[in-house]
Design a protein around this ligand. Sequence first.
Ligand SMILES: NC(=O)c1ccc[n+]([C@@H]2O[C@H](COP(=O)([O-])OP(=O)(O)OC[C@H]3O[C@@H](n4cnc5c(N)ncnc54)[C@H](OP(=O)(O)O)[C@@H]3O)[C@@H](O)[C@H]2O)c1
Length: 342
Amino acid sequence: MITKIALVGFGTVGKGLYEILKEKEVRFKEKYGFTYKIVAIADRSFGNVYNPNGLNMDRMMMDASMGNRFTEDLVEWDNITLIKECNADLVCELTYTDLKDGGPAIDHCKAALSSGKHVVTSNKGPAALFYPGLKKLADAHGVKFMIEGTVVAGTPVINLASGPLAGCEVTKIRGILNGTTNFILSEMEKGKRYKEVLKLAQKLGYAEADPSGDVNGIDARGKVTILANIVMGAGMKIDDVDCKGIAEITLEDVLEASAENKRYKLIGTVERVNGKVIGKVAPEKIALDNPLASINGVTNALTFSTDLLGDITIIGPGAGKEETGFSILTDILAIHRNMCCC
Ligand SMILES: NC(=O)c1ccc[n+]([C@@H]2O[C@H](COP(=O)([O-])OP(=O)(O)OC[C@H]3O[C@@H](n4cnc5c(N)ncnc54)[C@H](OP(=O)(O)O)[C@@H]3O)[C@@H](O)[C@H]2O)c1
């Protein structure tokens, strides 16, 4: 069975996903019996295209890499019409994250799920703000709403909890959920001031021109909400998560921690306390023998505290074209396995 895919948003992650699919096409067919066609793309910059028999993706990639609008299979349909009318089995929602109201992504997800199409996304907006409703909608239509890429990109976190750790009770999750702030804190330990390092992070492409979503902890707060609701079954709203970023951490604070054999990290925590799940994001001084203290630069890490295995720490990339493209792929392959079983 050929999996027909629609991409909504054809930026870094969308292109990253396609590059992996293309590179590993033969291997995926041999190993998993997985074959695919990309039948539709909706993108604000490049236009909306549809071909029920499969788009000429080399052409689409060429147009996009030259910054041009697509030159083949253009349709007049808006995103919602395209999502509903196309013959895709699966929609990848890869537009921008909006943690205030979910942005256009929420309507994209609803349109796909309600027309019986699986949704795979790395967009934190729908997952952090509307997961329970979207999961219910998916269940009602017999499809999946998969979100591995919303937390720590392709490093398996969501699927780790629901798969290999499924028999354990997870009592606490603590970790470094934002690479930008971890890079800044790591560089400050070398004696550099916050503003200087922020400029460097922007130059290297680790921080956006408006870095507030990262440095104020808002990005990490979205991920904490997702973990609380999906891994620990809390009915948490994003505003329920106490949130403090790193903008007030000075070089003196960092050096003082260093002298105490400690290290500042922006830590996201989800914990069950007296039967209630609590979420928090705050800078914390971590002892150097804690596995999270050794995570430097843009790398992310999470420690799951469990009843049967004690602490499990997973370390890996939290962003990147290939890394996040992989997160979408892993969910697509999981859906493929499911489709094969039905
Ligand atoms: N990149 C990563 O490392 C990473 C890691 C984890 C999660 N994520 C999440 O994954 C998602 C995609 O990230 P990305 O890095 O690929 O972003 P990106 O490079 O900015 O690409 C997003 C694409 O979606 C298009 N778009 C925006 N609004 C749209 C709309 N209403 N309809 C159709 N297309 C629209 C954008 O067009 P314009 O250029 O015209 O805006 C752009 O081409 C985001 O939600 C992001 O937070 C990314």
